[in-house]
Ligand binder design. Structure first.
Ligand code: PLP
Length: 421
């Protein structure tokens, strides 16, 4: 129930629902305090913890910050971000897969979150809807609501858990009949919460669809690709190869990407990332840059200078880059090992999972996710109930606690809680 005391009417209902992740984390921490760490599986939080359940940093990144002069650590950055940072973001994002004959620019934002905010605000009219997948990171909804934009959802998977192009087509066409702009969010590779990555063949079909839907120059499609887990999903070619498909798109398609340093450098709290725009039109990219830099000034001013300096230095210091890449690769392999153990046992006990390729999370579909999460809590397994399943953050669970988990989940699910498809 929301009570409006002093706030304006549009703010009255805000914050009445507890944050799904942080409320489960609180319960997990209470259980750890009572029973001890060994008795509790905390699969709630989307940050990497090592095999001893300590928070992980990349030591080369930590050393870098500890040696940075105070002015680089604490001073303002330019509103748009350091120019060297822009170049480094484009290099990191594309890693050689920028499509031919395109213009690209980057603008510093506080994490990928800031980039998502700018696209939803600057590329939709007030009251228009942003198209997001039914399986999605919760804050997309919060950000849309915060800016008086609505939400429409497409089904990411069909009944057989295959990528659902038909649903995307239907929803884009429906929205284009009502509004001239469509902003559609994809979180790939290593989607949160399922771990799915859109394949190259699926991207080819998506690009064709975007082109078909923008034959009328009045209609505009702005795909927003949320790259939060980009560096934990395979080689540069596997993770960025699809970007090459965005060449020679019509001018009324603007590809936008939310680049994040949070996971790639394990600096979640330093709040650094960028919004990247890609277009066949120089004018569209100039407008993109002007408008979004102005939004920086109007919302949070500037980003975190030391994080920008890190990325700029990584781009010009091969030894630093190699060290960071090697450390990240170690944790990426650890995630794959944990996931493989989970997948193997899930197959053995007949536990249905959402299609997983890589990343921080594995999700179990359930008819009543809250009931499943509550039952698992009795077993001291803490995971986040979503609308249509329960998300297990394997990034936070040491390997020795993974064996046995799928069996317990299968038992807790029972017969009644398996979704009917
Ligand atoms: C799917 C997804 N997108 C974006 C983000 C934003 O991350 P940040 O703003 O820290 O870059 C996250 C973080 O958890 C995420 O899971």
């Amino acid at each position: 129930m929301s009570v409006q005391l002093l706030v304006a009417s549009h703010a009255a209902g805000k914050g009445t629902e507890a944050d799904a992740v942080f409320s489960i984390l609180k319960e997990a921490n209470a259980a750890i305090a009572k029973l001890g760490k060994d008795k509790v599986v905390n699969a709630s939080i989307g940050a990497i913890y090592d095999e001893e359940e300590n928070f992980v940093t990349l030591s080369a990144v930590e050393d870098y910050f500890r040696r940075l002069p105070a002015a680089e650590l604490m001073n303002y950055a330019p509103i748009a971000g350091l120019p060297e940072f822009h170049a480094a973001v484009l290099e990191q994002t594309f890693q050689g897969f920028q499509p031919d004959n395109t213009y690209a620019k980057a603008i510093a934002t506080p994490g990928g979150t800031g980039a998502v905010r700018h696209v939803i605000y600057n590329y939709l009219e007030q009251g228009q809807k942003v198209l997001i997948p039914d399986w999605a990171w919760g804050p997309y909804r919060t950000i849309a609501a915060e800016h008086s934009r609505g939400i429409e959802t497409y089904c990411l998977f069909d009944e057989e858990y295959r990528f659902n192009l038909a649903s995307i087509k239907e929803k884009i066409e429906e929205l284009l009949a009502l509004q001239d702009h469509v902003v559609i969010i994809f979180n790939t590779p290593a989607h949160n919460p399922t771990g799915y990555s859109i394949t190259l063949a699926e991207w080819r079909k998506l690009v064709e669809l975007f082109k078909d839907c923008t034959a009328d120059p009045k209609k505009k499609i702005i795909p927003l690709i949320d790259l939060a887990y980009l560096d934990y999903a395979g080689t540069s070619e596997e993770t960025r190869g699809f970007m090459k498909l965005f060449s020679e798109l019509p001018e009324n398609i603007l590809v936008t990407m939310a680049y994040s340093m949070s996971k790639s450098f394990l600096i979640y709290g330093l709040r650094s990332g960028a919004l990247v725009g890609l277009s066949s039109s120089e004018a569209v990219i100039e407008e993109f840059y002007r408008v979004n830099v102005c939004s920086n000034r109007g919302v949070w001013s500037n980003g975190t200078r030391c994080a920008q300096r890190l990325l700029a230095d990584v781009a010009k210091n091969p030894a630093l880059k190699t060290k960071i890449d090697e450390e990240r690769a170690f944790y990426s392999r650890l995630l794959f090992e944990r996931a493989n153990l989970f997948l193997q046992e899930a197959a053995e006990v007949g536990l249905q999972l959402m299609p997983y390729h890589s990343g921080f999370f594995i999700t179990v579909p359930a008819a009543n996710p809250r009931a499943l999460a509550a039952k698992l809590m009795q077993e001291q397994i803490y995971a986040v109930p979503l609308k249509k399943g329960v998300r297990f953050a394997l990034c936070a669970v040491p390997t020795h606690k993974i064996s046995g988990m799928p069996t317990k989940i299968r038992q807790a699910l029972g017969k009644d809680n398996i979704p009917q498809v």
